[in-house]
Design a protein around this ligand. Structure first.
Ligand code: FUL
Length: 503
């Protein structure tokens, strides 16, 4: 009897020690629900490319015109040393993930032997009519590991059927040919310009069919037009996305070109837009879209400014680098690009946030799988409200790890604490866009040596990426305060950088 009681006592003791070793964990909350319209997987992959290269190339490269008339002789197109591998190599070294070529600009000349046209490389003397720029670039991109995209202008100043219903069929077949013979494309670029054709008529485009067929033939291609559906025009050609930039857009009742929403709306997006249509910032490295001997590329400072105003404002940058009349990217352009790359590397290679000794957040969601957070979860359970030190996930490079707040918490802060003072002037923030765009107001504070906090920036949207340009500050404590979010906060990155070039 006594022996049984002793055994029972030992068992109970063991169970209680066990319970102390593993205090009850708070019930994990479900991951945040998506908020509003969200991007497709292709749109997320596209946005993560951040910078792509545009190549305007065609008869205009030889005539100096910006918009060719469509009456130019095909023989005008005659690059003497075309080398698409050189384009790809420049693009790769500059850090572009994809190249988009003007396979057909408004003059109608096709850089591939399009059977629907009699105004193509096939009719030119270039390589005795056997050349195909689209093929060369597609192959070079595949070899170089760069994605390949196509610009095909719906406006055609050469096609005899332009301005009649027959043209829509011609255009559909033109698209079909390009979309079935050159491998996968990551982006189809539809220009909104719609002028007169050879008979003085304008075309009523069948966008529904153009988009529908493109989606069927190239399901992973993001379709660009003024209003998407994959991505939208940013509303200007100066490389400037809005300081407020929603990736949402209302497209119902709108269309590309004359039917597009106002340029201001395209620049900022719609707060309550029903569709996910992120902004693409297209801008040329030179004054014109096509190469001209008399023109020269922008400086590194100008390119950096464009980068901050596009990639740094929740947009993708599509930088036009036009090949010259030899069919090569000119040395002066590639030199500027290499300097631009070196500048970006010098700024963004050193994320000072990674040196933080502590990371605290005012709230975090209890679903966190991070063991460190589970520990702090239990501290919170025992001790009540607590600033949650140890929230490292916010500064790592993994895309799918994020800091999220509880469902009801739409105001919160994250603080980076350093043992040694850090000097920076760029703060990079990223929302985890697969779950939608949420933040609409935030500010950044730093603590001075007397322990006083000072606001150094007040901004609005974040989106995929926001790079805030601040004065140069030296501090041991930085706090990003989300003042207003449309649903619980989901940030996957806070970075701190020093830019000595565009100070
Ligand atoms: C515009 C065109 O008219 C320009 O020539 C250029 O192609 C630019 C990217 O889009 O709408």
């Amino acid at each position: 009897m006594r022996r049984t009681a002793l055994l029972l006592f030992v068992c109970l003791l063991g169970m209680s020690v066990q319970a102390q070793k593993h205090p009850p964990q708070p019930k994990p909350a479900a991951p945040p629900k998506p908020y509003g319209p969200v991007p497709t997987a292709a749109q997320v992959a596209w946005q993560r490319m951040e910078m792509n290269m545009f190549c305007h190339f065609g008869p205009n490269t030889f005539t100096g015109l910006e918009w060719g008339e469509g009456t130019e002789a095909a023989d005008i197109f005659n690059p003497t040393a075309l080398d698409c591998n050189q384009w790809v190599s420049v693009a790769k070294q500059a850090g572009f993930g994809g190249i988009i070529l003007t396979a057909k600009h408004h003059d109608g000349f096709c850089l591939w032997p399009n059977p629907m046209s009699t105004h193509t490389v096939r009719e030119s003397a270039w390589r005795n009519g056997q050349g195909d720029v689209l093929r060369e670039l597609a192959v070079a991109c595949m070899k170089g590991g760069v994605k390949f995209g196509i610009y095909i202008s719906p406006w055609d100043r050469n096609a005899p059927t332009y301005g009649t219903e027959a043209y829509n069929k011609v255009f559909l077949k033109t698209l079909r040919h390009a979309h079935t013979n050159y491998g996968p494309i990551f982006e189809q670029w539809f220009d909104g310009a719609n002028g007169e054709g050879p008979n003085g008529k304008r075309q009523v485009y069948d966008w529904k069919k153009f988009n529908g067929q493109t989606k069927r033939l190239q399901p992973d291609a993001v379709i660009f037009s003024d209003v998407g559906p994959g991505c939208r025009w940013v509303g200007n050609e100066e490389g400037r996305c809005g300081r407020i930039c929603w990736s949402r857009l209302d497209v119902k009742g709108y269309g590309p070109g004359v039917d597009a929403p106002s340029q201001d709306t395209l620049n900022a997006g719609n707060y309550n837009g029903a569709c996910w249509v992120p902004a693409e910032t297209d801008v040329s490295i030179r004054p014109g879209w096509f190469w001209r001997e008399s023109e020269h590329p922008k400086s590194v400072q100008e390119l950096l400014e464009i980068y901050y105003n596009s990639v740094g404002r929740n947009s993708l940058l599509l930088l036009n680098v036009p090949p010259d009349n030899r069919g090569l990217i000119p040395a002066e352009d590639s030199l500027q690009l290499m300097e631009f790359r070196a500048a970006l590397d010098s700024i963004f290679a050193h994320d000072l946030a990674k040196k933080a000794n502590y990371v605290s957040v005012s709230n975090y969601r209890t679903n966190d799988k991070n063991p460190r957070m589970e520990f702090w979860n239990s501290v919170r359970t025992c001790c009540g409200p607590w600033p949650y030190h140890g929230y490292w996930v916010i500064r790592d490079d993994r895309y799918d790890s994020y800091w999220a707040t509880d469902d009801t918490v739409t105001t919160a802060w994250v603080e980076l604490i350093f043992n040694e003072p850090q000097t920076f002037n760029r703060v990079m923030l990223q929302e985890y866009i697969p779950l939608g765009q949420r933040v609409e107001k935030f500010h950044i504070e730093v603590e001075d040596e007397n322990g006083n906090w000072r606001t150094i920036a007040e901004e609005t949207t974040i989106g995929y990426k926001r790079i805030v340009l601040t004065e140069t500050v030296t501090t041991k404590k930085v706090r990003v305060v989300i003042d207003q979010s449309r649903a619980c906060i989901v940030l996957n990155r806070v970075g701190l950088f020093m830019d000595n070039i565009l100070d």
